[in-house]
Ligand binder design. Structure first.
Ligand SMILES: [Zn+2]
Ligand SMILES: [Zn+2]
Length: 259
């Protein structure tokens, strides 16, 4: 059983719900040893209200989590971080923010820091751009955790050669940097997007088949936007069913990660 979850949101991103302490309590009830908060990081001068927290809330977020770390230290280890997206023109900002928190996860959703979501439509060229953005973040040492590495499949209806290439770029970079690839437990909420067979956008079986060839480390990430999500173990069963028969290097304890 995995005893940590490093992909947790808070109300500050404007599309998640519940109080911080409800997430912590849910993680304790789920017998987790480590809960990591990874709020969607804002970028200077850009605010996308439905997607990320506001710049002005960053200090409050960090300070509140610091207090909660102390308050719950005998019950659970709390980490505070951000879910980042990598953009060349935000490199210095990202590096400076890294020192302010415990960790970053990379969850690339946009092609540009102010727009173009990959889930609307992801061309072959976009798929490769997406992979290189993740590769750069890993090579720069910004993160060791790739959230929903197969996110681009939300904007696709088939896993073609470009998708294979992207998977190879991401898996190569993960191995090179000893990073973990997340099996995102929140992709199930989009339902089955493919009519030829039972498939969800993510986790996407073809992607993880390539990850297994590289022996990439993998872990589950709830991507919780509601506290009770942390107690939904059935999501793990469902994802294991999707990935059945693929030999993956599952990480079960936080100590096995280089966060
Ligand atoms: Zn979110
Ligand atoms: Zn997330």
């Amino acid at each position: 059983m995995q005893t940590f979850n490093l992909h947790t949101h808070t109300y500050r991103c404007h599309h998640a719900f519940g109080y911080d302490e409800q997430y912590i309590q849910a993680a304790i009830d789920a017998k987790m040893e480590v809960i990591g908060f990874s709020e969607h990081m804002p970028y200077p001068n850009v605010e996308i209200e439905s997607e990320r927290m506001f710049n002005r809330d960053v200090e409050e977020y960090l300070n509140t989590m610091k207090l909660l770390k102390e308050k719950y230290k005998d019950k659970i280890k709390i980490l505070v971080g951000f879910e980042i997206e990598y953009y060349d023109n935000q490199k210095d900002y990202l590096l400076s923010m890294k020192d302010k928190c415990d960790y970053f996860i990379i969850g690339q959703h946009y092609k540009y820091f102010d727009g173009y979501n990959y889930d609307f439509y992801c061309s072959d060229e976009d798929v490769i751009t997406y992979a290189h953005q993740i590769e750069k973040a890993l090579d720069l040492g910004l993160t060791k955790y790739v959230a929903h590495p197969d996110f681009f499949m939300l904007g696709r209806r088939c896993f073609n050669e470009a998708c294979q290439r992207a998977a190879h770029i991401i898996c190569n970079a993960a191995i090179r940097n000893d990073a973990v690839l997340e099996i995102n437990l929140n992709g199930l909420r989009y339902g089955q997007l493919y009519f030829d067979t039972i498939k969800y956008a993510y986790p996407y079986r073809d992607f993880f088949q390539i990850a297994s060839q590289y022996h990439c480390k993998v872990c589950f990430g709830y991507d919780a936007h509601k506290p009770v999500t942390l107690l939904e173990k059935t999501r793990i069963d469902k994802c294991q069913e999707i990935l059945e028969g693929i030999h993956l290097q599952y990480v079960s304890s936080f100590d096995q990660l280089k966060i």
